[in-house]
Design a protein around this ligand. Structure first.
Ligand code: ADP
Ligand code: MG
Length: 312
């Protein structure tokens, strides 16, 4: 069974259980309307030693920040603000106290910067390897929630930053080059929390998610949820180092991917630039077709072998 086959299987098994107001499996967070025009959102993500990080190559403090950042990114992807987290860690016997202390310090550093409280968790041992699980809680206006299912034919497609840098950094790390700028980017991903909350407040933004597995696979989640297709202009993708394959197939960039009404697109880009001093990149458009990506290079359809990252 593939990663997404297993998720679908779980979703089907639970189809008949009352969700008590929580949204079903499938978006970056599940959302609960709490009345008064407000919602809370929940998401969780796990980091496993040897899969998501190598202990020798990643300082504990950086890993603490990363464990939090990847979860904050999923809250930002809903157009909401993260407010609190729960943190669970499994440490093998012999994992130095020092490692755990530095990990929590890194986690706390970023929590302080983002104004996010730690309100619970679990601490346990493992036979082998470190595992870290974070639950992040977001809160905000119900009207600001951006779901993967809201893309419409005619929408412009945007990404909120350069793509592929993290994948290039992972290549560097695996080749033993730990100190390159891309390696630093891979180890210190930044969640676009301010951008996410700001985009949540823009009514011309329709669908949004964060890019954790690469544009080639993540955009398809929006297309499937919204029952539409996309045409992506490859030359407009902001590819780190000019490497389009890394930009499209590489994981862990944690930049926001969104669609917005074509009429509002230019104003959105202008206001985004004014607010953040950075570009919102327009990379294509949503079309009425089956849920697939048509890649296009300078107006000519191409059929490259591009896939995003899948765990199994
Ligand atoms: P993301 O990359 O945004 O964290 P994922 O691709 O990991 O999202 O997951 C896709 C959807 O499936 C999300 O809604 C997530 O909550 C859900 N999901 C993933 N794994 C499980 C699981 N084991 N059980 C239930 N839901 C899951
Ligand atoms: Mg996500």
């Amino acid at each position: 069974m593939t990663e997404f086959g297993l998720i679908d299987f779980a979703a089907r098994l639970f189809a008949d259980v009352d969700r008590h107001g929580w949204e079903a499996i499938g978006d970056d967070c599940t959302v609960l309307d709490i009345g008064g025009g407000e919602v809370v959102a929940l998401t969780t993500d796990m980091l496993v030693e040897g899969v998501h990080f190598l202990r020798g190559a990643t300082p504990a403090r950086e890993l603490g920040r990363k464990a939090l950042a990847v979860n904050l990114s999923d809250v930002a992807a809903m157009g909401l603000r993260p407010v609190a987290t729960l943190l669970s860690v499994a440490l093998p016997y012999g994992a130095e106290q020092e490692w755990a202390r530095e990990f929590i310090e890194g986690y706390s550093e970023l929590s302080h910067r983002e104004g996010v409280a730690l309100v619970g968790g679990d601490t346990t041992s493992s036979k082998e390897g470190i595992a870290v699980n974070v639950v992040a809680i977001g809160r905000g206006a119900a009207a600001h929630v951006k779901r993967r299912s809201a893309a419409c034919a005619g929408d412009a497609v945007f990404v909120a930053g350069e793509l592929g840098g993290s994948a290039l950094g992972l290549d560097d790390i695996l080749a033993g080059r730990y100190d390159t700028p891309y390696a630093a980017l891979h180890r210190n991903p930044e969640a676009q929390t301010a951008e996410g909350a700001w985009l949540g407040g823009r009514s011309e933004v329709h669908a949004m998610m964060d890019l954790s597995d690469g544009l080639a696979s993540d955009l398809v989640h929006i297309l499937r949820a919204s029952s539409c297709g996309a045409v992506i202009d490859v030359e407009n993708i902001p590819a780190a180092g000019g490497n389009v394959r890394a930009a499209v197939c590489g994981g862990e960039d944690y930049k926001l991917l969104l669609t917005a009404s074509a009429e509002g697109a230019e104003e959105l880009q202008r206001d985004f630039h004014e607010t953040f001093g950075r570009e919102l990149y327009r990379v294509g458009r949503i079309v009425a077709s089956e849920p697939r990506i048509q890649w296009r290079e300078r107006g000519v359809d191409i059929d490259p072998d591009w896939h995003g990252f899948v765990h199994f």
